[in-house]
Design a protein around this ligand. Sequence first.
Ligand SMILES: [Zn+2]
Length: 245
Amino acid sequence: MDELNKNNLELELISYDAGGFIAANRNIFNNIDLSDNSKFIINQALKGTPMIKMGNGYPQVMMVAGVHGNELAPQIAALRLIDKLFHMELNGTLYIIPFASPKSTMDNSRYFDGIDLNRSSHLPNTVTNLILNKAMELNVSAIGDFHSSAPNSNPGKEGVFCTQNPCNASFYIADFISKKVGSEKIIYPVAGIPFKGALEDESNLKQIPSVTCEVLSAVGYSNEKICKRSYLQMIAFLEYFGIID
Ligand SMILES: [Zn+2]
């Protein structure tokens, strides 16, 4: 870990390509509680993709938001979660990436340099590929990837994507979150089909159980109610692993 703020928040930059000025996107910035932690993270995001480590020991899990920069609710919820967990004793370690691609968030865009980062995690040195490599290096037990979905897109509803093969723990995580929060479970039989390059799919293919959580939101937009749904999915993900009670 290479950076500390005055709260001793442990932060590491994963990709130095994807830095961006989050505050330039008023649609997200106006919804962020500007705590010391949030300000520190937003500042570091100018330089690249920030990953924050919270807690210690096992289990170790990773949570990601902002793989699609214009899906705002999960990114806001992730900052809120960091502030909440910061005051708690965790039973394990959370690596949390609130802005996978700060540049995409700045641009309020689904894409990074024309690339859909949730279709390119299998390609060397893309931002999501670096995130996946970091997850493997850290030997995390799971990845939760948090998105939002517009009403007329896929899935176009609140849901939790999972796959049964080759990593059926993905299914059990989704089942838990679905029951706890009320998000619909969306099951695919085999990872990588039809979503080749999705962070969730490529993670499952590498035997790191993974789910994709979606809340319903217009792109490039958020409000309190939508953020709360994403936040509850995040809490349920942590509860599944017993990291919080
Ligand atoms: Zn998305």
